[in-house]
Design a protein. Structure first.
Length: 364
């Protein structure tokens, strides 16, 4: 089967969805299928091509011509409301029209990483979210298959999906686990024996600023209890978001091939989210793949299965968050058990070859 994946960015651009496209393509290709990725920018290769800013109304015809030349059996579109937006975040009717035409010509699947802005307490944001939702409905109604990793999003989309098949499709880890000499690495970074490294990775600037109190409270409580800690800030997480008194390790943006090594410095992975821990986060899946225990927040977008996982602790307030991290920091055997449970869950349900199998089951 000939499959085309459409996305906005590919490496070396720093983009989790670009990494997702590469990993998904490799997993499908390993099943014996032909995969071509079309992106708006990034490196060109034998299985990758770039159409600059293909989503713009004056250029989207080029994308249609490229598809016609490739003659795919199935086309997959990676989607968030801002990926293909016009200047100022305006939604792009030309993309919706293109996708409707695409679905008349080929089998199509849309993978929803985000849907629409939900800040109903702020009028400009409410207006923005209304247009994003309208656009999303048009895209969904044009698709043969709709995938998302989030059960709350799945439940909503099913209500207005028309004839499309809507299915949960897990998000895999957005980089590969490559074992390293962890103790050597920790020694190089001056991490003392018994010192706890707390990792934050991604999560969005607005989200982290709003929940900075969770991190500051955790830092203060562990210092008060005499627990030696260092903070590991990866991706777009900046020290300036918080008021940390403990030492910080912050390498900035890193290529995907290096992230796995850095993550192995950590003892506990923290993921506070305004709307709750969500299965849409590739960084979270990477933490599980790397055998890290996870402390997160529970909210309206939290998938129910997280509550049953041995390797994940969910809390609802900053005090509970700090106490959960403190408890784990004092119990190395529990951290080890939780880490093993998360790695096992990842390997059994979230590995890329399993994700590819599920998607391909809908591709015909």
């Amino acid at each position: 089967m000939r499959i085309v994946i459409i996305t906005k960015n590919l490496p070396p651009a720093v983009c989790g969805i670009g990494d997702h496209s590469v990993m998904l393509g490799e997993a499908i290709r390993a099943k014996g299928h032909s995969v071509t990725i079309i992106a708006g920018n990034g490196d060109i290769g034998a299985d990758r091509c770039v159409e600059d800013n293909f989503w713009l109304p004056e250029r989207i015809g080029r994308l249609a011509e490229r598809l016609k030349a490739l003659k795919p059996d199935h086309v997959i579109l990676q989607y968030t409301p801002l990926m293909y937006a016009l200047q100022g975040g305006r939604q792009n009717p030309a993309l919706a029209a293109f996708w409707a035409a695409c679905s008349r010509e080929y089998r199509t699947s849309i993978i929803l990483h985000e849907t629409y802005f939900r800040a109903c307490w702020h009028l400009p944001s409410l207006i923005r979210g209304t247009f994003e939702k309208k656009m999303l409905k048009a895209m969904v109604l044009s698709s043969h298959n709709v995938f998302t990793a989030s059960q709350p999003l799945l439940d909503e989309v099913k209500g207005w999906s028309g004839s499309a098949r809507v299915c949960l499709l897990p998000i895999g880890a957005n980089f590969v686990f490559q074992p390293v000499d962890r103790e050597r690495l920790r020694t190089e970074w001056g991490i003392a024996s018994g010192e706890i490294v707390l990792a934050l990775f991604g999560g969005g600037k607005i989200n982290l600023r709003k929940l900075s109190g969770y991190i500051d409270a955790t830092d203060a409580l562990l210092r008060e209890q005499g627990i030696g800690i260092k903070w590991l800030l990866l991706g777009g997480v900046k020290k300036e978001f918080f008021s940390l008194k403990s030492p910080v390790i912050s390498p900035g943006f890193l290529p995907s091939k290096d992230l796995g090594e850095w993550l192995q410095l950590a003892d506990i992975f923290l993921m506070p989210q305004i709307l709750g821990l969500s299965a849409k986060r590739g960084t979270l899946m990477a933490a599980m793949q790397h055998g890290l225990p996870v402390v997160g927040t529970s909210g309206v977008m939290t998938d129910k299965f997280w509550e049953d996982l041995q390797g994940v602790v969910l809390v609802r307030d900053r005090e509970g968050f700090a106490e959960a991290v403190l408890s784990l920091s004092k119990d190395s055997s529990r951290r080890l058990q939780m880490g093993h449970a998360n790695r096992d869950y990842h390997d059994n349900f979230l590995a890329w070859h399993k994700i590819a199998d599920k998607l391909l089951g809908f591709a015909v």
